[in-house]
Write a protein that binds this ligand. Sequence first.
Ligand code: UD1
Length: 351
Amino acid sequence: MSPPTTVLVTGGAGFIGSHACADLLDHGYEVIVVDDYSNSSPQVLPRLERVAGRFVGAVYELDIRDRRALSAVFDRHSVDAVMHFAGLKAVGASTRMPVAYYDSNVGGLTSLLRAMHGHGVHRLVFSSSCTIYGDAGHGPLPETTPARPTNPYAFSKWLCEQILKDVCLRHPDYSVLCLRYFNPAGAHPSGLLGEDPRGTSGNLMPHVAQVATGRQEKVRVFGGDYPTTDGTAVRDYLHVLDTAEAHRIALDHLVDTVGLRVYNLGAGRGSSVLEVVAAFSEACGRPIPYEIVSRRSGDVAELVADASAVDRDWGWHPTRGLAEMCHDAWRFQLLNPHGYAGAARHPGEKR
Ligand code: UD1
């Protein structure tokens, strides 16, 4: 089987999706973007084209649950493989709006699978999450760790994996890679692409970046009494460029994969919240004020990947560390203090 050359990317204007598109374009792939801009901006597209020095093949503004519109995209393009990033991802919001989360994440996937099936497209890289491990305890977690989802977002990702497993059992010609991300962070080193969540995302790195610019007063550190070295929660942060690169490499392995394979995407190294704050202070050259407040409901003490499987099977591991993530996130924040909407114009950038 020949490797994929035309890749349809759902959620291609989002944080991880846009970096994946830039990386694909950079490596000669034809890229078709589908996005409803519910948590992203169309302004991302000219920027990622600028970063890659190439045009995106086509862009469609649509909700992937609109089956007719999605099918028309597959009618129009000869898609070899799909990267599926579109979906909702805030844990807290998922507990308040469970139906919206299941509808978007599970309904989105089933709609996509119908369109793929109807057009003979059987290769998929799926965005899953370490959140499905729940409170799995201390130490690096291998992919065999039993799933214990604790909120609707986590359940929706776990359900999606089950759906994909069943599809692959029923249809042996499917080739699916589920990538369970730990904590993607950072930004493109150009300062053109980064994380620009709508409203308050609640994620740590964008929050720290906003405190660094003075847009927010201080970092609220959720919990100082965890059983970790400094009492704050530990996560495995992975540069978004490494995350994007892993997706491209996954495409090559779709060719030699039969059925469903699941991989952790993490650095295999944990950093506490205070370590992130310290690394960001170093990156921006000023102390970042913080205050330890009570734990955030649903948070766990530690989530660190056993990242050895992807290294063993693909010979790939992330190369960018926390300092680089903070530098890149800081650059994006400086150049885009109000996100994509109010971004400072970059030299040569057209509006
Ligand atoms: C969560 C999900 C993850 C999801 C990601 C993106 C879990 C276990 N993980 O990651 O699957 O993909 O969100 O939405 O549910 N923190 C603070 N102050 C803040 C913000 C965060 O101290 O203002 C702490 C959190 O308590 C946590 C760490 O920073 O310990 C990272 O938080 P965050 O960036 O929100 O990611 P997760 O909760 O790990």
